[in-house]
Write a protein of this length. Structure first.
Lengths: 451, 293
């Protein structure tokens, strides 16, 4: 019962303005970049790292910073993290006082940062030798992943861990019932009928966050039907791409699953944790989710339940690559106003060195963007995602969601209405197309292309 | 003259504080709403009234205003009615009345976040409400309360009412105790009791409390954020979107801080107009007019 809510935006605005004014007054003469040296100058001074503190914590970054600091005693490294770190970073970026190296987490508008010239292009550093001295730093990254942080040929965002998107099941439950992981959509339909007959919901989903379904069903199926070009065209806002026959068929497939009662009743109103708990408790047999599922739900996994990844069932009549894997990254970056950018880059070069990347894979149970980092004893939950990534002929990402947030929100709303039976698949794709067109015609929104 | 200076010196601290903490940020907000600003750098572009022109044509914003008004009409009436009943029940000196008074205030002591989580559990498809309905043989009445566009806003309204009733019951309770005993006794002697007494004596005499309570309720409902954000995130498909969740989306998801500030100004205008309307509507003290007649 407080009135403060009314004034919150006002407060924020005035705070931001105040910080902006302060920024104007402070001197920016401290910037020192010594990138020109053939023999790099010894790194020194304060080096501030601010990172998103999610399921993987920040202990590995702290450890890497400590090791790096021992090699460069002139540096005073400070590592800080927060689960909502983007909120702390925004005012600092506005004030021109950002950290030197940052991992601002999934809710930072990183493309907005690029538009506003708040990030340093890192290509010069990428073309320098890798941490172990062989080849360039650029060559140590998977190029399919590295390109996700590029705009107009410049690299602003560097990948670290890589997430794969797909579906999950409990192999124990499947074996007990004689169910087989469905490789194709027709197999999925047959399987769902069997699961339903057992009184279990075949599929549940994170209804309050429809992008799980967009990335777990709609886009992979559109790619399977019309090839990756169909999805790229949609991401590139090409006229008609969001209501293409491939997109319409993919939407119809979701609608069919829903109408046949294969999607868990009520999931449309569930949060991610609610639906994931339903899955873990055996109320539903399958769920679309990224490879972070295990680390996110660690504490709620009942004894004896195992999680195993599989790719979304493909459409046999489609032209798409059945090995295609949808991936995502949460990037690291160096702000333009960083006071010690050279040291920041060198620290991140160290963090992405092969031994450190392998260490992260082993301790945190995630795949990394660094080539060869999966050549360790992988945690059980990672075996399938790693194998899928390794044998993929196509690695792609849904960048639309971070490029065009308003359109994404419209499409998510339309998907919810489709699942609530309020609109038909054709009306759904019409609404998607309308959202894309609105973005296309809005000159204030920067446009991007899948590269 | 000396006296004026003396008075001014006493007023100055309050006026200065008010200017610094209320007036200045408001002016700032108005200024910000005329800019295009991403909120990730100090760079911004003056766009005049463009944000407001967009706002007037923005169907999603209009929908959120309608939802706020719907919430006010639905939950507001429930809150006033229930809190009046609770106030009457707890007006007596008895122990049970005291106990009930205590109970009705419990939701107020719980953080709004906890309230949202609690009601999310109740409205969960596998939650308490559906289980109860099934238990009493009303299995066909079960719904996906928060995922169904027909029920999402109403469900949030129920949670809001549950939370708010205690506070308004307290306000009305204080109002009831302020009605002089001789007035109600005289009315009773004249044969007025029950609903007749409430409609003709109690309700008019609650005038000043009513005015405060309803104005406060309007502001409260117009500023709903946490409940909606945590229970439905404005969904499904904006069925429960309110002005402040829309503002949040524009600012923090879409990086349109200028536009979001325009939404804030819109929110402020709606709340202000409604509050002024209520103050105007309830401007006359019905008891004072009777006295002068």
């Amino acid at each position: 019962m407080s009135l403060s809510g009314q004034f919150r935006p006002v407060w924020f605005a005035s705070l931001a303005l105040a910080t902006a004014l302060l920024a104007g007054c402070s001197s920016s003469s401290e910037k020192s970049t010594s990138a020109s040296a053939d023999k790099p100058a010894e790194l020194s001074g304060p080096l501030e790292v601010v990172a998103f503190k999610g399921g993987y914590g920040i202990d590995q970054y702290e450890k890497a910073a400590k090791e790096f600091g021992e090699k460069h005693p002139g540096l005073e490294i400070k590592v800080a993290g927060d689960p909502r770190v983007w909120e702390q970073l925004r005012p600092r970026l506005v004030a021109g006082n950002p950290p030197d190296l940052m991992f601002p987490g999934w809710d930072m508008d990183v493309w907005g940062l690029i538009e506003e010239e708040q990030l340093k292009p890192l290509d010069e550093a990428l073309d320098q030798p890798a941490a172990d001295g062989t080849g360039t730093w650029r060559d140590t990254f998977d190029p399919n992943v590295l390109k996700l942080g590029q705009k107009d040929g410049k690299t602003y965002l560097l990948p670290y861990y890589v997430m794969t998107y797909g579906w999950w099941h409990d192999p124990g439950l499947f074996a007990k019932n004689g169910w087989k992981v469905p490789a194709t959509y027709p197999e999925l339909l047959t399987l769902c009928e069997k699961i339903k007959a057992k009184g279990v919901a075949p599929i549940t989903y994170q209804g309050q966050y429809p992008y799980y379904m967009i990335e777990g069903m709609l886009l992979p199926w559109a790619a399977s039907i019309g090839g990756i070009a169909a999805v790229n065209a949609a991401q590139n806002l090409e006229p008609g791409a969001w209501k293409s026959p491939a997109m319409l068929q993919a939407a119809t497939m979701i609608d069919d699953l829903n109408k046949k009662g294969y999607l868990q009743a009520g999931a449309v109103g569930m949060s991610h944790t609610e639906s994931q708990t339903q899955f873990l408790n055996g109320k539903a047999a399958m769920i679309p989710c990224g490879s972070w599922l295990q680390s996110e739900m660690e504490k709620s996994i009942p004894k004896g339940v195992k999680l195993e990844f599989f790719l979304p069932p493909t459409v046999p009549s489609g032209v798409g690559d059945p090995t295609a894997v949808l991936i995502g990254v949460e990037p690291w970056m160096v702000p333009t106003d960083a006071k010690n950018p050279t040291a920041a880059i060198e620290l991140f070069r160290y963090m992405t060195s092969l031994p450190k990347a392998k260490e992260f894979t082993e301790t945190k149970g995630t795949l990394m963007a660094i080539k060869g980092s999966d050549e360790v004893k992988l945690p059980e939950v990672l075996v399938k995602p790693a194998a899928a990534m390794k044998s993929a002929n196509t690695l792609w990402s849904n960048q639309f969601r971070s490029w065009y947030k308003a359109a994404e929100k419209d499409i998510e709303g339309a998907l919810t209405s489709l699942l609530n039976g309020q609109i038909t698949p054709a009306e759904f794709t019409e609404r998607c197309e309308a959202a894309a067109e609105k973005t296309r015609n809005d000159k204030s929104i920067a446009k991007y292309k899948v590269s | 003259m000396k006296r004026a200076g003396f008075i001014a010196s006493f007023l100055a601290p309050a006026v200065l504080l008010y200017a610094a903490l209320v007036v200045y940020p408001l002016i700032q907000a108005l200024t910000f709403s005329t800019y295009q600003w991403r909120g990730v750098s100090a760079k911004r572009k003056f766009v005049g009234l463009e944000n407001f022109q967009t706002l007037a044509r923005d169907n999603d914003f209009i929908r959120s205003v309608t939802n706020n008004l719907g919430l006010l009409a639905g939950a507001g009436i429930v809150v006033v009615a229930v809190s009046l009943i609770v106030a009457h029940l707890t007006a007596g000196p008895g122990r049970s009345a005291k106990l009930l008074r205590g109970f009705s205030l419990v939701p107020q002591m719980v953080s709004l976040v906890a309230v949202a989580v609690l009601w999310q559990f109740i409205f969960n498809p596998e939650g308490l409400l559906n289980a109860t309905l099934r238990g009493i043989g009303l299995g066909t009445w079960t719904r996906t309360w928060l995922g169904d566009p027909r029920f999402a806003l109403g469900s949030v309204g129920v949670a809001f009412a549950w939370y708010a009733v205690g506070f308004y019951a307290l306000l009305f309770g204080a109002g009831l105790r302020n009605i002089p005993a001789e007035v109600t006794e005289a009315a009773a002697l004249d044969g007025s009791k029950g609903w007749h007494q409430f409609a003709n004596i109690t309700w008019p005499m609650l005038w000043s409390v009513k005015r405060t309570a309803i104005t406060y309720l309007v502001i409260n409902v117009m500023n709903t954020f946490a409940l909606v954000f945590l229970m439905t995130r404005g969904g499904p498909d904006r069925a429960s979107e309110v002005m402040l969740t829309y503002l949040y989306e524009q600012a923090f998801q879409n990086s349109k801080f200028g536009y979001a500030t325009a939404v804030a100004v819109g929110n402020f205008a709606v709340a202000m107009l409604l509050s002024l309307g209520i103050l105007f509507f309830l401007r006359k003290d019905p008891t004072s007019s009777r006295r002068s007649a």
